[in-house]
Design a protein around this ligand. Structure first.
Ligand code: GTP
Ligand code: SPV
Ligand code: MN
Length: 591
């Protein structure tokens, strides 16, 4: 008799007909061997991995994707539930049986001549009761290695799964990378994902967005917890006996999570400890507080904009390679010294660059040398600011939740919600300019509630209700804040310096949590009192600060139109409490 995991492998073998099946054990020798194989393999005539300058970037490798496969493809991502209503207007839907028949047909015999890698992995610390067991199959060695960096792969997972059939099943093949045969199909009721035709992060590393957000958000809905697109940080105050205050932070893709998670504070006396940069699983502890764990073990971070000035901790992480190889995907390469290069890593553009497509880079082309969504995949254990609580099986207790978006206008630099439900409302109406993290138009404002629009695995109206229900069980509430680092002036320049200086806003939040500073009422929530944000050493005038914090009536009238349209899509599913708050907001603005 085969145990369920063996059964799954056997079924996959029958479906895909690979030449070889390799079950990963997660050892160092295995990683070395896979790197070696990847360096000798070619896809579309290109080496899968190229070794980079070991002195500058130790144990680091370069990968170039197919140019048609460089971002998540939301239009090809489906949530397959028995009724369309369950997946909601926020998801593409397909009937689950139809989807499975379609995928099996496309998968059939698709690994002939290839190796099928079986990746047993755990999302979360093996000791944590919140951790989940998973198995992914893939024919991409790049995906297998990425999973090794991003999750806990190997024997531990096999042991934890044992004879159980309760594990996530992820079925992945890059197929022939044909966008017409690219589908990322989720089956939340069956704990299953089928993904074909893409090797890109969120489409192919199935533990990440597919499982840890879309499937897990549905599990959380059923089981009374939250799976969120959030960072986890601890902020330690030198005064106050070194007290650490833990925050969650949700920002849409490519809107600043990784940068905030690895922040080097601009203010003395505040040290930020990193626990997670993309995904948080949040449970209610026995004491009625929220506790969060990061189910991942690595960063899949945006390269452009990452440099010694903007994110020195990430630059150290990338050069501090002790534990696991680091991968660079679709950056440019500096031919002179075989280092990866991207816009923002140095002020000067090197003269001998190969762009992300593999061609000699022409500075005058007006194009970027690295793809705007080029990324690095690096172990969290390389991070010099990794919190000692990172592996705490219970997670860390949360005192503040920060929600943000990328908006050139309308949204103030920071404001606070009066209570939990006001915070849920404020997060439910977030809008953000689209970025290169997903294929499609860049820079158009869309609603992205809780930064979860592309990642909520069920009807978002019910998701809002779930947030409200969670609030009913909390005994010690975190404060909820909204931020916007991206407001621009008349000349299109960012008014707030951002990055390290975001620590000034965090300081204010801690003062709010500790009741040490007051607020000013506005139509949308509580704004900082005048001069309560520490701007020492910055060249920001009162006038600029007023613009950064302005709640502009005309802009909000436009905003409310978009919120109305978004809420209308969900018809009767938006909780009455949120509808009432929208009405109140309209009244405040005289609509
Ligand atoms: P995903 O990995 O896609 O979920 O993205 P993320 O939310 O982790 O975004 P990340 O921190 O990688 O930042 C994305 C882009 O925004 C990068 O190019 C950063 O340089 C830029 N960015 C981050 N923080 C700030 C900020 O405070 N101000 C400004 N102006 N840009 C920022
Ligand atoms: C995002 O797009 O939010 C990412 C990268 O963090 S991906 O893994 O592709 O989702
Ligand atoms: Mn993300």
């Amino acid at each position: 008799m085969l145990i369920p995991m063996e059964m799954f492998i056997r079924n996959m073998q029958e479906l895909f007909q690979p030449d070889e099946v390799y079950v990963m054990n997660g050892s160092q020798e295995e990683t070395d061997k896979l790197i070696d194989v990847a360096r000798k393999s070619k896809i579309d005539g290109k080496e899968v991995l190229i070794k980079l300058n070991n002195d500058e970037y130790p144990n680091s490798y370069y990968h170039r994707s197919n140019p048609n496969d460089v971002a998540r493809t939301e239009h090809l991502t489906f949530v397959c539930t028995s009724s369309r209503e369950q997946s909601g207007p926020n998801n593409n839907w397909m009937n689950p049986e139809e989807a499975k028949v379609k995928m099996r047909k496309l998968f059939k015999n698709g690994m002939k001549g290839r190796v099928m890698y079986v990746i047993p992995f755990i999302m979360g610390d093996p000791e944590s009761k919140y951790a989940k067991n998973c198995v992914q199959v893939t024919d991409s060695i790049y995906v297998a290695l990425s999973m090794k960096i991003m999750t806990r792969v190997g024997s531990q997972a096999i042991k934890r799964i044992g004879n159980s059939s309760d594990f996530f099943r992820g079925i992945h093949s890059i197929g022939d990378l044909n966008p017409d045969k690219r589908f990322i199909m989720h089956f939340p009721h069956e704990n299953l994902v089928m993904s074909l035709g893409s090797g890109y992060g969120g489409n192919a590393l199935l533990g990440k967005k597919c499982y840890a957000l879309r499937i897990a958000s549905y599990l959380g809905y059923k089981e009374g917890w939250l799976a969120e697109h959030m960072i986890i940080i601890g902020v330690q105050q030198q005064s106050n006996n070194g007290k650490v205050t833990y925050f969650l932070g949700a920002f849409p893709s490519a809107c600043g999570k990784t940068n905030l998670a690895l922040l080097e504070s601009a203010l003395k006396g505040y040290k930020i400890w990193t626990l997670g940069d993309d995904i948080a699983w949040i449970n209610i502890g026995k004491d009625g507080r929220l506790y969060a764990i990061n189910p991942e073990t690595g960063f899949f971070g945006v390269a452009p904009g990452t440099g010694v000035k903007t994110n020195p901790i990430m630059m150290k992480t990338l050069k501090n390679n002790k534990f696991c190889p680091t991968l660079f995907t679709n950056t440019a390469i500096n031919n002179a010294d075989n280092t990866p290069w991207w816009e923002g890593v140095s002020d000067e553009i090197p003269s001998d660059l190969i762009n992300w497509c593999g061609q000699k880079y022409n500075k005058h082309s007006g194009e970027s040398a690295a793809h705007p969504n080029s990324r690095f995949t690096v172990s969290i254990y390389n991070c010099p600011t990794l919190s000692k609580e990172y592996n705490n099986p219970n997670g860390v207790p949360i005192s503040g939740i920060i929600f943000g978006g990328r908006r050139k206008d309308t949204i103030p630099l920071v404001y606070e919600a009066k209570d939990w439900n006001s915070g849920v409302f404020a997060a439910s109406i977030i809008g953000s300019e689209t970025t290169a993290a997903a294929s499609g138009q860049i820079g158009s404002v869309r609603r992205d509630p809780m930064a979860m629009l592309p990642f909520c695995g069920y009807n978002m109206g019910e998701y809002f209700q779930h947030w409200i229900n969670i609030g009913k069980k909390i005994k010690r509430f975190p404060k909820i804040f909204m931020v916007n680092w991206f407001r621009k002036d008349e000349n299109g320049k960012f008014m707030w310096p951002g990055f390290r200086d975001n620590s000034r806003i965090i300081k204010w939040m801690i003062e709010r949590i500790e009741n040490k500073t007051g607020t000013k009422e506005s139509e949308i929530g509580l704004l900082p009192q005048d001069n309560s944000i520490d701007l020492k050493g910055l060249n920001i005038t009162n006038d600029i600060m007023a613009k950064l914090l302005k709640v502009d009536k005309d802009e909000w009238i436009q905003e409310i139109k978009m919120i109305d349209e978004f809420y209308a899509k969900f018809e009767n599913k938006i909780p009455q409490d949120l509808k009432n708050r929208l009405i109140e907001l309209k009244i405040k603005f005289g609509i």
